[in-house]
Design a protein around this ligand. Structure first.
Ligand code: URA
Length: 439
């Protein structure tokens, strides 16, 4: 078999056999297939797509390219969630402790920020001392002891995905249903959970910009997980607007604490409530209504916040910052004001994510350090009325010279009008093995 011929086959729109897909994934993982050939192949997949059979086979080959985590040492049902990536998306920091505090084990591997989107592992590391890499015995013992651990992807979990993702990030081949589905589901299958809730973001801040593409992605991932014996469901949720008000690592941790304390922003609380209750339902904790009541009780009793603190403490984090919000603050702040009155009709959420990366909250190159205190706190979002000169947001950075360009990018993301816009629902669809419900 020659990689050249397989690239040509996909370029010409033909389907690959299982053996051909195994050859590509194995060869790329062990270094026999060079980056330039894999990049050409990824572009061919991006342009020509893959059949469901090809996507499923590639996912399995990627999952088996490294360790398959054995969670059998953890008693009870193990649950996991995964977001396809968004701006201000800090839902894991709420959903995971809520679900764990309701008796479902969370043994979760999360990712770092990617492009304009943030990542849970970076957010967790903004809590001083917090370790996101644990030896596997300690990870398992922590889950057995307190019900929850969230760590970064271990070195040898789906290494094919790690290498493919790095290429996709720089070859404009991210937003492809077969490539995202296989990337996410290979990690989820390798990570070993019984129940998986997928949060498929849709809109101008997501990798999938349209509802139809997002539903197609959700269906592909649910089918792959179900065929591999896992209980999987997906919610398609809005990413035309950042979630909550905070964008940037420690700012987002502080906002998730607000939700855990029952006083978070309404949109973020609603999305967390729907994600957590759907995951609890998958894990057999009752009907959706019963699981929503479990969410409410976990928050109002303070149990979910206690579980969150126990997780950070077990991983070496200084939980006093969660209790009193005493994260290190950025040295400088800069208020961006509205050039006119009226309504905020829409925001280009990807640009808001990019503005926060420009302030230091994300990476432009893989090796860049993150400034945990940098980011944006939004005062006005789509659907809000605004007066001329009123604050739209405050930007935070340790270097004042970053404000000019970031503020320009941020402001260009806003569209104003004279009438209140009609906003989409926060949860737009639910996809399970039995079909798609649109809301
Ligand atoms: N998140 C992933 O893990 N992979 C993708 O391809 C996109 C988002």
């Amino acid at each position: 078999m020659r990689m050249y011929d397989l690239i040509a086959k996909k370029r010409d729109g033909l389907s690959l056999t299982g053996e051909e897909i195994d050859f590509i994934i194995r060869g790329f993982t062990n270094g026999d297939i060079p980056d330039y050939q894999m990049s050409a192949f990824l572009m061919a997949v991006y342009l020509r797509g893959m059949t469901d059979e090809e996507t499923a086979r590639m996912t399995l080959a990627m999952a088996h390219s490294g360790d398959m985590v054995d969670l059998s040492g953890i008693e009870g049902v193990k649950a996991d969630k995964h977001s396809t990536g968004g701006v201000g998306d800090k839902t894991t920091l709420v959903v995971a402790p809520v679900v764990a505090s309701c008796g479902v084990k969370i043994a979760k591997m999360s990712g770092r920020g990617l492009g304009h989107t943030g990542g849970t592992v970076d957010k967790m590391e903004s809590v001083p001392g917090c370790r996101t890499s644990l030896p596997s015995e300690e990870f398992i013992a922590q889950v057995n002891h307190i019900g929850i651990s969230v760590v970064g992807q271990s070195g040898n979990l789906a290494p094919a995905d790690k290498k493919m993702y790095a290429l996709r990030d720089v070859t404009a081949t991210i937003a492809s249903v077969p490539l995202i589905a296989s990337s996410i589901m290979s990690k989820k299958l390798a990570a070993g959970a019984d129940c998986i809730l997928l949060d498929v973001k849709t809109g101008n801040g997501a990798f999938m910009k349209t509802l139809d593409d997002s539903i197609a992605l959700a269906r592909a991932m649910v089918a792959i997980g179900t065929h591999n014996g896992r209980k999987v469901a997906a919610l398609v949720t809005d990413m035309d607007t950042p979630l909550g008000h905070a964008v940037g690592n420690s700012l987002e941790v502080a906002e998730s604490v607000q939700v855990l304390r029952g006083c978070g922003p309404a949109d973020l609380t609603t999305v967390c409530r729907e994600l957590a209750s759907n995951l609890l339902m998958l894990a057999g904790k009752g009907t959706l209504e019963e699981c929503r009541a479990l969410f409410d009780e976990a928050i109002s009793s303070g149990r979910a916040f206690e579980t969150c603190k126990a997780m950070f403490a077990a991983q070496g984090g200084d939980v006093s910052v969660l209790e009193d919000g005493s994260f290190r603050k950025a040295k400088y702040s800069h208020v961006v004001r509205s050039p006119r009155g009226g309504w905020v009709c829409a925001t280009n959420t990807e640009q808001i994510g990019i503005a926060s990366v420009m302030l230091g909250a994300g990476r432009t190159r893989k090796e860049d350090p993150i400034n945990f205190a940098a980011g944006i706190v939004l005062n006005k979002k789509a659907g809000d009325a605004v007066q001329p000169g009123e604050a739209l947001a405050t930007l935070y950075a340790d270097d004042e010279s970053l404000f000019d360009a970031a503020a320009q990018t941020f402001l260009a993301a806003y569209t104003f009008g004279d009438e209140a816009p009609v906003l989409p629902p926060l949860v737009m669809a639910r996809v399970t093995e039995s079909g798609v419900e649109r809301f």
